[in-house]
Ligand binder design. Structure first.
Ligand code: R5P
Length: 284
């Protein structure tokens, strides 16, 4: 709700009045309290844990708005759940990202926007226009506003999209960026980061990533940075999923502060993604 209100404020558009509640047995109830016939609506629903609950809520909202005559249903789901399973890797597996795309489209969505999606290939499952935005600029501006000086921006893995995010953040404030290569052992799940010389000595460094789950990726990068003499190490992440122990793991690796966006409400959610979607949708 808060995110929808922030977007409404940014875009100078009103929020539709609606009633949401859960019955004692857990079932969801949704009721529109306004006429939406002929309207273009922006449906704001981030699909963070419990993902399935948030997906069902989104589907109810879309179907109801469509049945009651809304003209366009633009979905803003800054955290798009199930974006890891983009293929059937083992025989018999559900391709969950494809199923989610099907559900959202069939419920009446006309466009979809998400932020820093884990795997952009997932958007190919949408027949409606589907776009990935980035929070990299908002994240780095947050740290600058808190007094971080001339930081090195670091992508903790060498994937193309991770490097692009670091570059976007660096360009926004006119600083430099770099990245580390990372591998995850498929059997043990252990994360191995390859050390290389970084221009970190005596400097503040901001590690930028799409997701913090266990915190292992960012913690490895932080340890390398501290070893190479970084002054202060920060972590800015779009989706702070924060599996149990992640914050402690990052602190133990020498991280000063972890900050995430409102794609996942929680203890480190300090940056709103409202301006990102507002900029994209606002008529220029
Ligand atoms: C990797 O592909 C992602 O960009 C993140 O680095 C990763 O999902 C983070 O996971 P964890 O916090 O468990 O290392």
């Amino acid at each position: 709700m808060k995110l929808a209100e922030n977007i409404g404020y940014e875009m100078r558009i009103p929020c539709v009045k609606a009633q949401f509640k859960r019955f004692p047995d857990g079932e969801f109830y949704f009721r529109l309290l306004e006429d939406v016939e002929g309207e273009d609506l922006l449906v704001v629903q981030s699909l963070y844990p419990p993902q399935d609950q948030h997906i069902v809520e989104l589907i109810y909202i879309l179907e109801t708005c469509r049945e009651l005559g809304a003209k366009r249903l633009i979905v803003y789901a800054p955290y798009l759940a199930y974006s890891r399973q983009d293929e059937r890797y083992l025989p018999g597996e559900a391709v969950s990202s494809k199923i989610l795309a099907h559900l959202i489209q069939e419920a009446g969505a006309s466009e979809l926007y998400t932020v820093d999606i884990h795997n952009i290939k997932v958007l190919d499952y949408y027949r409606i226009p589907a776009y990935d935005l980035t929070a990299a600029e908002e994240i780095i501006r947050y740290f600058v506003s808190k007094g971080v000086e001339n930081p090195l921006i670091l992508a903790p893995d060498g994937e193309e999209d991770a490097i692009r995010r670091a570059e976007t953040a660096a360009r926004a404030i006119g600083t430099d960026y770099d990245w580390l290569e990372k591998h995850r052992d498929r059997e043990t799940g252990k994360i191995v980061t390859v050390e290389k010389p970084l221009k970190a000595s005596g400097r503040d460094v901001v590690i930028i990533d799409d997701i913090i789950s266990t915190g292992g990726t960012a913690a490895n990068a932080a340890r390398i940075l501290r070893k190479q003499g970084a002054r202060r190490v920060y972590v800015g992440v779009t989706h702070a999923l924060l599996a149990e122990g992640a914050l402690e793991r990052l602190k133990a690796a020498g991280v000063e502060e972890v900050v995430g966006t409102d794609s996942i409400p929680g203890p480190v959610s300090k940056i709103t993604t409202a301006p990102i979607i507002a900029r994209k949708l606002k008529p220029t």
